[in-house]
Design a protein around this ligand. Sequence first.
Ligand SMILES: Cc1cc2nc3c(=O)[nH]c(=O)nc-3n(C[C@H](O)[C@H](O)[C@H](O)COP(=O)(O)OP(=O)(O)OC[C@H]3O[C@@H](n4cnc5c(N)ncnc54)[C@H](O)[C@@H]3O)c2cc1C
Length: 392
Amino acid sequence: MERSYDVVIVGGGVMGCSVAYWLAANPDFTGRIAIIERDPTYATATTALSVGSIRQQFSTPENVQMSLFGAEFLAGVGERLAVDGDRPSVSLVSGGYLFLATEAGRAVLEANHRIQRPLGAENVLLSAAELAERFPWLNTEGLAMGSLGLRHEGWLDPYGLLHAFRRKAMSLGAAYLKDRVVAMRREGGRIAAVTLAEGGEIACGMVIDAAGPQAGAVAALAGIELPVRPRKRFVFVVDCRTPIACNQLVIDPSGVYFRPEGRNYLCGLSPPEDQDPDCEDFTIDYSWFDDEVWPVLAHRVPAFAELKMLRAWAGLYEYNTFDQNAILGPHPEVANFHFINGFSGHGVQQSPAAGRAVSELVIYGGFRTLDLGRFSFARIAANAPIRELNVV
Ligand SMILES: Cc1cc2nc3c(=O)[nH]c(=O)nc-3n(C[C@H](O)[C@H](O)[C@H](O)COP(=O)(O)OP(=O)(O)OC[C@H]3O[C@@H](n4cnc5c(N)ncnc54)[C@H](O)[C@@H]3O)c2cc1C
C-alpha cells in the first residue's frame, strides 16, 4: 500500500523537528506530517555536536530578530514543549557574548551595534580601558574595543532542544520514521514522492529539506543545486588550573572563541576559506589547537598559558558557501520543495524562528510573524548575497 503524507521532512535534527512542531501545533494545519531520519542516535548530526550558544550580535537584521525570538522561546520552552505535564529542560545558561576588536575592526563593531540596538538587542560597546576594568583576566593589548551582550545571550543543551521539539511534535501526531531518503520522484514542477533506502516510496504534498550538512546532497536528489556543504569544525574542551571569573563567550579579533562549560572551557576557531574543504569525516587535528588556538588564548588570557587539554570533538557546519546565511522556503520552480538550510554555525539558536517561518510558508503561503523573505532561495539565482559579518 502506498504511504502518503502531506509534509515529508527529510532530516530529524533540530530544524526538522522544529518545523514538525510548528506545523503540528498550529490548528490551521490538519495535514499528516512525517519526519524521516536516517540515524535516530544522532551520532554525527550537527545539532548533537554543536556548541549551542545564542547571541543577538549579528550584522544581518533578520538574524538579530530570529535570535531574539529564539531567546524568548527558550525562556518558555518548558511550558511550550511540555508533554503530559512533563516539562523539558534545555539547561539554558545566561552569559553574554563579548566580541573583541582591534582598531581595524572598530567600524564593523560600531556598525553592528547600530543595527542591533534598535531591534531590541541589549549590548554595550566598551573601550579598551573599560574592558580592562570589567574583565581583569583579559589582556587588552592591541584591543580598541569590545561589544558585550547584556541580556538574551548564553548557551543551552542543543540535543535537549532537539528532543523536546521531537517529543512534542510526535505527541501532536507527527510520524517519525527511521530511514534514509535516497531518491525523489519529480513530476514536472513538483516532487511527487521520496524513495527510502529500506524500500518503497512515500507520496508527499510537500518536501522539506532539513538534512543539515547533507542538505546539498538531498536537494540534488530533486535535481536542485543548493550551495550548502559539510565543513568540519573542532571543539576543544580544556581545563584551566587558575579559574577565571568569566561568564562570557569571548571572540578574539583572530576568530578564536572560548566560553565556560561547567568547570572547564570550550574553545575553537574556524579555518580560513581556502583551508576549509568540504568534509564528511570527523577526525580531529590536535595540531589545530596547538598551533592556532592555544597561542591566541594564552596571549589574550594569561591564565590560559597553563591550559590542559581534556578532550575534543569534530562536527560539521551546514555551511552556506554563497553567503553564510539561512536559506528558507520554497524553490522558485519546484514549488513543493522547501529549504531550511545553510545556517553556517548559528542554527540551534535560530531553530525556533526558522521552524516557525517555514511552517507559515507551508500553511499560509506567506510569513505571518517575522518577514524572512530576504532569506529565500531567489537571492541565489539573482546572485544577491546577504553577507553575515559575524560568523564565528
Ligand atoms: C562545532 C559546532 C558548533 C556550533 N555552535 C553553534 C552555536 O554555538 N550556536 C548555534 O546556534 N549553532 C551552532 N552550530 C550550528 C548548529 O548546530 C546547526 O546550525 C544546527 O544544529 C543544524 O541543525 P539541522 O537540523 O539543520 O542539522 P542536523 O542536526 O545535522 O540534522 C540533520 C539530520 O538530517 C539527517 N539526514 C541527512 N541526510 C538524510 C537523508 N538522506 N535521509 C534522512 N535523514 C537524513 C541526519 O542524520 C541529521 O540527523 C554549531 C555547529 C557545529 C558543528
